[in-house]
Write a protein that binds this ligand. Structure first.
Ligand SMILES: [Zn+2]
Length: 473
């Protein structure tokens, strides 16, 4: 009998699965990108998008999820003739993906590939964070993964990361995509070296700080609230001024969290970006900090009123709908992210011609309608971040359980230290919230760390800020 070693299958090699030079002509890495595609006139960008969009639609019709979803809305192949028809395509959100997973466990039907295809094409699997329910699996082809990495590399060079830098990645490393893809794009497309510490769950916050000090980390990547937490642990518990660490850049999904207090804490420039597990890195701020530049050669981003499925007037707020132009394994076509943003209406001083997002204002599904006023918990976070007497941590609870049945929001806020005058802080915050949000909320000041169990701060990359306990009448 032949020994099994004599009869090994031939795995598909990653290095042979892509024509890298051809891919770089399609999606130029930095620095070429910034001399070419980044400055194309708007109509040329549109032409580029049209061709890639039609190819994406063709691929979408090969995926059971889209066949089902689109036919239910009366669409047939060929109905969508170009980007002008985009609004006719029914959107979907995470709830549709959850239904897909229930309909067809364990992978759902939103992939255009099967696990067995790994025998002929190297595939990589990552998942969503799984904060609400079981994580959503996502599969990536070599092309998907490489374009995501090219875009990650563009973003870092755009934001000031340089070859030879040490970049500490404090995002979750493991099932979720965020930390893993960061390690990949730093490694492949920046010349910098990743220090993949992962989140506080895999490397304790104190050890993260010791490593940054010992290795001389130049750049921190993470989520804003965790990086703020890390800075405060260094300063208040370890007696290490984060400014002394020499970190030059702090890169995070900022949301409306206060940039100023984070810059003050770290003595570093803070720049933000936007992306998701489904789509990769969609947009990022340049050093001029004048909105988030969308990588429009890879994405069509719409700002939409979900009620009408139509784009809102330029500059108005609406939900971000994402269409990826490069994805093969699991196409993303009109994904309602439920993140709220608005397009910039002016040009950026850096000369980039692609559309820009003003900011990420919050989650549409986190938005609370409190006595007739729309409130984003994230906007509360901005105000909390601006007050030095707060640690920056907060948690909102909405309830209508009072005797009168009226809707009330309680905002719990952690004190920065034990010397804070809690009565004065409570009164000041209640007044600031009323002025800014136009609705009264109740404030309770608690000890530092007291909200960890509610927010999940020290163990997860997806921080919770809201519990809605209202009983629906
Ligand atoms: Zn710019």
């Amino acid at each position: 009998m032949t020994h099994p070693l004599r009869n090994l299958p031939t795995p598909p090699l990653y290095s042979r699965s892509l024509d890298f030079e051809a891919l770089y002509r399609e999606y130029p890495p930095a620095p070429e990108y910034f001399d070419t595609v980044y400055r194309l006139p708007t109509e040329r960008i549109r032409e580029l998008q049209e061709a890639r969009f039609l190819e994406t639609m063709r691929r979408g019709w090969e995926v059971p999820f889209y066949q089902l979803h689109w036919r239910k809305a009366g669409l047939e192949p060929g109905d969508i003739r170009g980007l002008d028809d985009l609004h006719k395509i029914p959107s979907y959100d995470v709830n549709d993906l959850r239904e897909s997973l229930e309909r067809n466990p364990p992978w759902g039907d939103y992939w255009g590939l099967d696990v067995a295809d790994g025998a002929s094409m190297p595939l990589v699997l990552q998942t969503s964070g799984g904060t609400t329910g079981f994580p959503r699996p996502m599969i990536y082809s070599p092309r998907d993964r490489e374009v995501m990495s090219i875009m990650g590399g563009r973003r870092l060079l755009m934001q000031g990361v340089r070859p030879g830098d040490l970049v500490q990645v404090t995002l979750s490393m493991g099932m979720t995509n965020a930390g893993m893809v960061a390690r990949e794009y730093i490694w492949k497309y920046t010349g910098a070296i990743a220090i993949p510490t992962g989140s506080g769950a895999s490397t304790s916050t104190r050890r993260q700080i010791e490593l940054a000090q010992h290795y001389k980390t130049n750049v921190m990547i993470g989520i804003a609230s965790y990086l703020r937490h890390m800075g405060l642990v260094a300063r208040d518990e370890m007696n290490i001024d984060p400014r002394s660490l020499g970190v030059r850049l702090v890169l995070c999904g900022l949301g409306p969290d206060s940039r100023d207090s984070l810059e003050e804490l770290w003595g570093a420039t803070v720049l933000q970006q936007y992306g998701s597990n489904e789509s990769g890195m969609v947009a990022s701020e340049c050093m001029d900090r004048h909105g988030l530049h969308i990588h429009e050669d890879g994405y069509v981003i719409e700002i939409v009123d979900p009620e009408t499925s139509r784009a809102v007037p330029l500059g108005d707020k609406g939900n971000i709908y994402t269409t990826c132009l490069y994805k093969y394994a699991a196409p993303v076509i009109r994904f309602n992210t439920n993140d709220v943003s608005a397009f910039c209406t002016d040009a950026c001083t850096c000369g980039g011609t692609h559309k820009r997002l003003q900011a990420i204002f919050g989650r549409a599904d986190n938005m609370v309608r409190l006595r007739g006023i729309n409130v984003f918990p994230e906007a509360i976070g901005t105000l909390v971040g601006q007050d030095a007497r707060c640690s920056g941590e907060y948690f909102c609870t909405v309830d209508n359980d009072s005797a009168s049945g009226a809707e009330e929001m309680l905002v719990q806020v952690e004190a920065a230290n034990s010397n804070v005058d809690r009565a004065a802080l409570t009164a000041d915050l209640e007044r600031r919230f009323k002025e800014t949000l136009s609705v009264r909320v109740e404030v309770q000041v608690v000890d530092g760390g007291a909200l960890d169990a509610l927010t999940g701060l020290s163990v997860t990359s997806k921080i919770k800020r809201l519990a809605d306990r209202r009983k629906r009448q």
